[in-house]
Design a protein around this ligand. Structure first.
Ligand SMILES: Cc1cc2nc3c(=O)[nH]c(=O)nc-3n(C[C@H](O)[C@H](O)[C@H](O)COP(=O)(O)OP(=O)(O)OC[C@H]3O[C@@H](n4cnc5c(N)ncnc54)[C@H](O)[C@@H]3O)c2cc1C
Length: 307
């Protein structure tokens, strides 16, 4: 039995995680740690037996936690990590700050981070996933990050060190991102707010924003590379391949490929993580048979299946 350091924040044994994810599925974490602040986090992981894995999560909008839960200390940042500050054209946001808040606060200061407005995650998850939409991604604006490494070291890294690419980053294993600094283009606050309203309306029209989903289930298969940017245009849409395979509305137990947007795997009521994942795998197989494309999961799946 591992001895656990005593933090100032909250450390809970056997904590169910379903209510901390958008899909509302998944078993317990052996431990859930919600640190009070940066010192609490770095002190805790420094003192934690190095053999114990550490898994950071954000607000769970890109996650399937499997039904057997997670044999690790899951770290979820809260109030001590949600400050947003503006300095010239730089915006620094704590990892727990919601993307939407960061976009709004930046807009008030006349800075354009509008691409974050409609993404339902927090900044830690946005950097980890190189989140983005409507043609702009974290990689386009991120300048640097602050990390707490697994041994408790607090370190700053330039964005380039993260190798941000289409929905991926190279964060060191067990590292917790605690804040991110963006450089943002200038804009008129009113115009930025109008743009964000427009983006919200576009999203509600095309995606099931009120359902229990984790956003796009599969990455859009790479098309051709023409811009050389960190996040290139993905011309071939996963939703189209799924639709063409006749899988819009496909169901397995409580899991459904959403009628409104077939790349949104949905918990339509009472789904288990196993059902969601099995439906996803069924879709991958059928799409491969019909189109020859091997869809790759964009949703991060973590933890263990029920034995
Ligand atoms: C309706 C809907 C629409 C969406 N639309 C988009 C979209 O347009 N564009 C887009 O890019 N995504 C979209 N997503 C997916 C999702 O919102 C993003 O991937 C988001 O960035 C995830 O952030 P999160 O805080 O929820 O992270 P989580 O889902 O909790 O975690 C995602 C990954 O980030 C890691 N992570 C989280 N926090 C930290 C941290 N502090 N330190 C280190 N690693 C961390 C986790 O380990 C995990 O691997 C959508 C999701 C939904 C439900």
């Amino acid at each position: 039995m591992t001895d656990f350091p005593t933090p100032r924040g909250t450390l809970t044994a056997d904590r169910p995680l379903a209510d901390l994810t958008w899909l509302r599925v998944g078993g317990p974490a052996d431990w859930l740690f919600q640190p009070a602040d940066l010192d609490d986090l770095s002190g805790f992981v420094a003192a934690l037996d190095p053999s114990v894995p550490v898994v950071p999560i954000g607000v769970g909008s890109n996650l399937i936690v499997r039904d057997g839960g997670i044999r690790a200390v899951v770290i979820r940042l809260g109030r001590g990590f949600n400050a947003i500050t503006v300095d010239g054209d730089r915006v620094t946001a704590g990892a727990a700050a919601l993307d939407a808040h960061v976009a709004r606060k930046a807009a008030e200061a006349g800075l354009d981070l509008t691409f974050l407005r409609t993404i339902p995650g927090a900044i830690g998850g946005a950097v980890a996933m190189n989140a983005g939409c409507y043609g702009t991604y974290v990689a386009d604006a991120l300048e640097s990050v602050t990390l707490v490494l697994r041994d408790g070291t607090v370190t700053d890294r330039p964005a380039q060190a993260l190798n941000l690419a289409y929905r991926q980053s190279d964060l060191p294993k067990g590292a917790v991102l605690v804040s991110a600094t963006f450089r943002a283009p200038k804009g008129e606050p009113e115009a930025l707010h109008a743009l964000m309203q427009d983006q919200l309306a576009r999203r509600d029209a095309s995606q099931p924003t009120k359902d229990r989903t984790a956003g796009s289930t599969f990455r859009n298969p790479a098309g051709f590379s023409s811009t050389g940017r960190a996040d290139d245009v993905m011309d071939l849409k996963a939703w189209k391949l799924i639709d063409e395979a006749g899988l819009r509305g496909a169901r397995l137990g409580g899991a459904v490929m959403n009628e409104k947007h077939p790349n949104f795997l949905t918990n339509a009521g009472g789904a288990t993580a196993a059902e969601l994942e099995a439906l996803g795998e069924k879709v991958r197989k059928k799409v491969y048979e019909t189109s020859g494309h091997q869809l790759q999961w964009e949703i991060r799946r973590i933890g263990e299946p029920t034995p």
